[in-house]
Design a protein around this ligand. Structure first.
Ligand code: FES
Length: 100
């Protein structure tokens, strides 16, 4: 095993569980579009190398979707909209600035 230091400082996990159009799941609540929006927002702020946006399986709060968790910190966001996606990235940037 070889241990290396990663440049990744943060991860945004977007629940992608369920099927499009199926109510009561994050996928049914538009999580795919939300993940793309978050990726675009991260790219726009030139954070691509340090913040990764990844789809994940069910986070256990299906009826509150789309759901997002950010690391570090593990803050959980539910009923995320296009507008609140930008707020999540803002909060993440503030968190990263605080830690550096
Ligand atoms: S489907 Fe997203 S939390 Fe369960």
């Amino acid at each position: 095993m070889k241990k290396q230091n990663a440049r990744i400082k943060s991860c945004i996990l977007v629940c992608a569980h369920g099927k499009k159009g199926k109510k009561g799941t994050c996928a049914g609540s538009g999580s795919s579009k939300l993940a793309k929006l978050l990726k675009n927002e991260v790219d726009k702020r030139s954070l691509k190398k340090v913040v990764k946006v990844r789809k994940t399986d069910c986070l256990g709060q299906c009826s509150k979707g789309p759901n997002v968790v950010i690391f570090p910190g593990g803050s959980f966001y539910s009923h995320v909209t296009r507008t609140s996606a930008c707020t999540i990235v803002d909060e993440l940037v503030a968190l990263l600035d605080k830690d550096s």
